[in-house]
Design a protein around this ligand. Sequence first.
Ligand code: AHR
Length: 495
Amino acid sequence: MEKYLINPNERIAKINKDLYGHFSEHLGRCIYEGIFVGKDSKIPNINGMRCDVVNALKDMGLPVLRWPGGCFADEYHWKDGIGKLSDRKKMVNTHWGGVVEDNSFGTHEYFELCRQLGCDSYVNGNVGSGTVNEMNEWVEYMTFDGVSPMAELRKKNGSEKPWNLKYFGVGNESWGCGGNMDPEYYGCLYKRYNTYVRDYNPDKRITRIACGPNVDDYHWTREVMDKVKHHAKGISLHYYTIPGDTWEHKGSATEFTTAEYNKTIARAYRMEELINNHLAVMDCVNPQKWVNLVVDEWGSWYDVEPGTNPGFLYQQNTMRDAVIAGVTLNIFNKHAKRIMMANIAQTVNVLQSVILTDGDKMILTPTYYVFKMYKEHQENTLIGSYITTDDIYSKEAERSFPQLVESASVDENGVIYSTITNTSATKASKIKCQIADTKVKSIKAEILTGDIHDKNDFKKTDAVYTKTFSDFRQLRDGFTATIPACSVVKFTVER
Ligand code: AHR
């Protein structure tokens, strides 16, 4: 029996809702088809946004949406995506499949989407191929409420009032698709571009995010931090879980052995080590801890589904992905003190999506259900939680990982939420939970579980979904439970 201790007296940090953020790029069928179908589509929509997708995302709890890229951001020229639709420039999306980008989804459409979702905005600016002036004017267009050329242009295009721009990223993957720069060079460019990202509204200052490292590039973190520490509130980290050892063979999303499953989960756990190491480097450069970490691209990345455009990054989603999400979101919660935001890649039809669409049909993936189960953590206070657990060794990944990972939070009414992921493909785990200084009134629980390969598809849309969980016994100060193999469980404890 594993011991699980929750300590509500140990109030660690507020869990910023933006840890549950998403990322949607002009890539494959994410924005176009997946979210935006245009006003004239037969698919029910409001101002071009699919109603089924928007409603499902609202229900799941999507707090912030990063846009327009990714690699696309550093080739995006925002003026191409404003004004009369028929006048908008058509261009080639060189990064993603070489398809025509007709710019029908632009700045106005993005903020309309945020309005419909009730979420905050995170816009990523173009450093790689854009000018300082272009970035300066975009920010003026989005946020200035006075008389100026860009504010007048916005009004002419139908938006009298500016929008609320919460986060602004100055470049994306500037070490790679965003310009192949060295960190010292990027750090200097960041300062230059950022100077002209003006705060037109002193009550709503923009939170600036500098381009951070790829995976474990600690040199990048150190050099960029050194330059940006006085000028950025966040620095990004990109880490994808890829089971294969080369980009050509990343592994199938649906066909994998238990050994490959374990390798994938071992690699997902690497997120914890990366967060700790990058924070350590950041804090060496900036012991005052002015800058926080923003994991604005994370998730699984497999080979594309057979027969689909390789540039569209369309992949299926199984219980393996649910476990990756369960593990990662618990890790993020536990680092709530220093992670400001995280954005899974990418919301619909691309990489580890929460939704897949086919024409007018839509399915919710196992990952969707994990986000929905965890949504109560948003804006709660992270509290102390400790669990004993076996380790699972993956020979292929050459590392071991904990079978169980958990986090716990408390809301303003004192209700405790604890999410536990059992990563074992085959072994259930018995736990005994004790909650310090607590008399339990009632407990409710939910579970997402199945075989590691279980998934929803367009033939069987509801093979995986969240169910009520009752395999637990309430105790005076906690509970005992058997957490099934390959599962994500949420306990809600009233005191
Ligand atoms: O999410 C897909 C791509 O992965 C993004 O465009 C890029 O930033 C990263 O390399």
